[in-house]
Design a protein around this ligand. Structure first.
Ligand code: NAD
Length: 276
């Protein structure tokens, strides 16, 4: 295969959950900008309408559907509809996720990291635990299942799960349910990759560090917070959605055909430790 064909996704059918904002939107853009037919699924109808209108006006083949990943029947139906429209399903991004709420420490960075009683494990409510697990773990399972129902018969496909650095290392600022959900997604990725390898389907995960998106009401957009965290990141800056597009294209395209069951960290070196 010629090098220019390695990264081609021209004509691919793509579905992205949580596709109206942040990293999911970047995944959808990266694939649409390279000729794919993209369906963005999201609970946020307004953001979906805005982003689909913008990308369509720019000449890309993008559509949106309001779907909550906790509604597994609606998710299955949305995959059916996307396959009917695009004619095929080549790539599915299991990406939708929510902020976990506070962890047991109340500040990301700096010398003063007070304990946060609201995030203490013994005060963690069932309601909070179940909501994060329902979206960030069960929603990923349901997305993988919906995608596989189309990919296994066609004996090809790419499933890409958004996990987190939180799937690999503990973090005091992040709520416990998020850690469990993301670690669960990482291991689910490996096991489904094992199951589906014989059918030409690869399953991999992208584990982002700190990216400026709308997660948690957009707290990552606060410049003071970005500056504090950037000090702890060896590359001395936080990530932006454009930073993740190349990795998404790699995992979706023929370039990664022999890669499966992997979790690729993209974090400016944050997980390595503090350098300066
Ligand atoms: N931003 C970061 O620093 C970071 C780091 C590691 C992992 N992640 C993960 O990246 C993924 C995307 O998050 P983001 O940072 O782009 O946040 P974001 O809030 O900008 O985007 C998430 C999107 O998911 C949608 N969504 C939320 N609940 C949903 C549901 N039940 N059904 C369908 N859609 C739903 C939201 O409406 C939103 O459009 C998440 O899984 C998140 O855990 C983010």
């Amino acid at each position: 295969m010629k090098i220019e064909e390695l990264f081609t996704v021209e004509g691919y059918g793509v579905v992205v959950t949580g596709g109206a904002s942040g990293l999911g939107l970047a995944f959808g853009e990266a694939l649409a900008e390279n000729g794919a037919s993209v369906t963005l699924l999201d609970v946020d109808a307004d953001a979906l309408e805005t982003e689909v209108a913008r990308l369509t006006a720019e000449g890309y083949e993008v559509r949106g559907e309001v779907v909550d990943v906790t509604d597994h029947d609606a998710l299955d139906a949305a995959f059916e509809a996307a396959v009917r429209t695009s004619g095929r399903l080549d790539v599915a991004f299991a990406n939708a996720g929510i902020d976990p709420g506070p962890g047991f420490v109340g500040a990301w960075a700096g010398a003063d990291r007070p304990r946060n009683e609201e995030g203490a494990i013994e005060r963690y409510t069932d309601e909070r635990w179940n909501r994060v697990i329902d979206i960030n773990l069960n929603g990923v399972f349901a997305t993988i299942r919906a995608a596989t129902r189309h990919m296994r018969p066609q004996r090809s496909g790419r499933i890409i799960v958004t996990t987190s650095l939180a799937a690999i290392k503990s973090e005091a600022v992040i709520g416990a349910a998020y850690m469990a959900a993301k670690a669960g997604c990482a291991h689910l990725t490996r096991n489904v990759a094992l199951e589906l390898a014989a059918y030409g389907i690869t399953v991999n995960a992208i584990a982002p560090g700190f990216f400026v998106t709308n997660i948690g009401g957009g707290h990552a957009k606060d410049p003071a917070q970005q500056a504090a965290i950037a000090k702890e990141i060896p590359m001395h800056r936080v990530g932006f959605p454009d930073d993740i597009k190349g990795l998404a294209l790699f995992l979706a395209s023929p370039a990664s055909a022999y890669v499966t069951g992997q979790q690729i960290v993209i974090d400016g070196g944050w997980g390595l430790g503090i350098a300066d």
